[in-house]
Design a protein around this ligand. Structure first.
Ligand code: GRF
Length: 197
């Protein structure tokens, strides 16, 4: 399975996926890393691991999401991906694009979905006084952060947690969960994986 990864920033989840695929006996192989901006620090990490990178800057397409997604589709074509992993990709994709990838696009979100779809998930969990937080890998559907859940990692909230300390512990679990889910997803296994930290 040829795996494309989409990033917007540091790409720490993308690195975790690449490093796990490099470990061997993995049915997936990385074919390209795409970023929506040239400043994404993850681009150098991908290139340093010998993975092709492409930038499709979203800004020239301001307001025209479909044109941006057409540029993505064209940029991806030479790499012939079978699967897209969104990994810290901060652009909303339209249903028109997502429907071309049904069952072949997954995402990691830093909350225990269906709680806290969208942004600022750690602050919202703290605000709510939750004792348990975490992250979720799910299939991407047109509704934001809403597709079938493929895995979750639970992270206890500590009394002195701030959004920053909590997000750092969640990110660590993202780096465990996403590779574990991808490893089984590419074999066709959709059994939800629950990790407790
Ligand atoms: C992090 O907030 C992570 O929780 C979410 O995307 C952001 C950046 O992740 N999945 P990454 O380091 O670029 O993978």
């Amino acid at each position: 399975t040829r795996v494309a990864m989409f990033i917007s920033g540091g790409g720490s989840n993308m690195v975790a996926l690449l490093d796990d695929m490099a470990r061997g006996s993995h049915a997936g192989m990385p074919c390209v890393v795409l970023a929506n901006n040239a400043t994404a620090a993850g681009l150098a990490k991908a290139a340093g691991r010998g993975v092709a990178t492409i930038v499709v800057d979203h800004r020239p397409f301001a307001g025209d999401r479909v044109a941006f997604e057409t540029a993505i589709t064209q940029a991806l074509a030479p790499f012939a991906p079978d699967l897209i992993c969104l990994a810290g990709f901060m652009r909303v994709l339209t249903g028109g694009f997502i429907n071309q990838w049904t069952g072949r696009m997954i995402n990691i979100h830093p909350s225990l979905l269906p709680k806290y779809k969208g942004l600022h998930t750690h602050a919202r969990a703290l605000e709510a006084g939750d004792s348990m937080h975490g992250c979720t890998v799910h299939e991407v559907t047109a509704a934001l952060d809403d597709g079938p859940i493929l895995g979750q990692a639970q992270v206890p909230v500590l009394p002195d947690d701030t959004a920053d300390t909590l997000s750092r512990r969640v990110l660590e679990q993202e780096h465990r969960l996403y590779p574990a889910v991808l490893r089984r997803f590419v074999t066709g296994d959709r059994t939800p994986l629950i990790l407790t930290s």
